[in-house]
Design a protein around this ligand. Sequence first.
Ligand SMILES: [Zn+2]
Length: 694
Amino acid sequence: MVEYYTMSTIMKKGNCFIILILLTMMFNTNTVGQVLSSNYLNNREPLFKKPYIELPLGSVKPKGWLLEMLIRQKDGLTGNLDKFYSKVMGPRNGWLGGDGDQWERGPYWLDGLLPLAYILDDENLKAKLKPWIEWTINSQQENGYFGPSVDYQPEKGLQRNNSHDWWPKMVMLKVLQQYYSATGDKRVLDLMTGYFHYQLKTLPLQPLGYWTDWAEYRVCDNLQAVYWLYNITGDSSLLELSELLYSQGFNYTNMFFGRDLLSKINSFHGVNLAQGFKEPVIYYQQHHDQKFIYAVKLGFSDLLKYHGQPQGMYSCDESLHGNIPTQGTELCSIVELMFSLEKMMEISGDVEFADHLEKIAFNALPAQVSNDFMSRQYFQQPNQVMITRNLHNFDINHGETELVFGLLTGYPCCTSNFHQGWPKFIQNLWYASEDKGLAAIVYSPSEVEALVSERVKVKITEETFYPMSNEINFTLRIQDQKVDNVEFPFHLRIPGWCKNAKIEINSIAWANPKGGQIIKINRVWKSGDKVKVTLPMNITTSTWCENSVAVERGPLVYALKIGERWEKKEVFDDPARFGEWYFEVFPTSKWNYGIMDFNPDKMEESFRLVEYADKQKLNFPWNQENAPVEIKVKAKEIKSWKLYNEMAGPLPFSRTVYGTNTNDITEEEVTLIPYGCTTLRISEFPVIKEYPKR
Ligand SMILES: [Zn+2]
């Protein structure tokens, strides 16, 4: 289809010479050897070249604790959503040709199930995916349209209307891109070409907001798929479509520069924002203007100021809701912001995006899904001391079920969408670099196989317990028996929080780079070469609501360890909407602590680090019992800080001698553990400053 379209356009010009050149280009794009300098497909002109390029799905394999996350996903909801949420994900789903759910939920699940299946190389999961992919590809109509196309009467628990909406197809495009990356199935290219030509013709009459407004706010997911296909096929009409999509979508660059919306509460939908954050950077590929990067940075800075939370997220329950630490953040926002940061890192090479990604992945994400991946919260709170079915001052009320752990509690978007978090994170640990090297951008136990230099295949194993440990060990193997050594640049990210990293090559000190940059090791490598990166982690604090502080160390935020009692409850009033059961969690120890004032220049006097060597070998460090690192700190109970509506009451103002009345209270040493290991927690602590003793 691409060839036909391109040829017909060219034939009108009647220039045989141009035809010959274009035919040569087309031929080259369909072979593995691109007319490009890198070993992998980078952007095609006039799109500007990205510094980093995603590797084919399956090239990066998780190890250690990260592999355990995927196995738990496979055994939990991700691998079994068709069974546990059969009403939506069963054979009646519209994306299987049924009369059930016609909208976003099916594609959402596949967006996580597909990378999970191919990263684990699991035949059962692949078989589960197949009917969805086959139905989707075969659903394409003569005019290029694909997907469900019949609207049905309302039925409880299903989204059966707006089947023509542009939005759910954007999710399915992401699914198909990953499917092509893993399998090379060319039918994907035909489907997308036909659909994008259909969009080009139809959008002027039925614009993005024709059915619902989600497509206007989330158009960057459509836009990135258009650029992706353009890079493969070179079909120039795709760059007309990209401009049309951009012009019909919500303009995030203007919003970030305007600064008004982000400074208010209830002004913007949290998940839209998480997805939309990447819009300026996606479009920047076509218009290489630094203002797009700057807009995103300004947006993040305003968001942090007005709605920021220590675990890297922002309040959005569901709209932006200020910086009180009992406001919620939605699970969909977490996984969507992770995907946005992954894309922005690849396109811009900006280390800050990777730092932010690690913060969310290592703190917010593990905290909101249960250990067995069988339940999740709709919202989490940074100060979360009790999880009950109760009204919580969120801007939306779903039968008071937003905090409790369940299958459908709150709203089922998160049940369908959270699966993409870890698999895509793994896919983005490593990139090919434009200079024919390899880049370890985000750190976790893993293994990568990729081409470097002149198409030499290497494997690098990354052994580490990061982020719970600060040592990362890489070992390189050349996979081609005939090649003894190979020269290529190995890119390493030094996180912004790290003052002085230490890099050793084969046990010999190589460099001590400062944080906030990418270091390239250019050398001739041979099998068995080892690189050791040490990223010293200091205990620091950041300032939040009411002058409170969060305690951080490296990429991890530390929160108060609170005893938990889980109670399973039945849903009697509306099981079709909220599921049949849910878990409440009650504190079994005190939570209302303020930490004693400390000298930021002498942190070691107030904060004591405890590491448990035996727990650093565990496959699953993400719960209270297994937390391998603790920080001990002096604290006092603040008796006046009490529950309000079954959540932590208003935060006492910090570092003031008024109000906390703690002079007569005995000082205790309390334990902080990584935020991602907590279910109940205080992460924004009041700081107690007392009257000087007379
Ligand atoms: Zn959601």
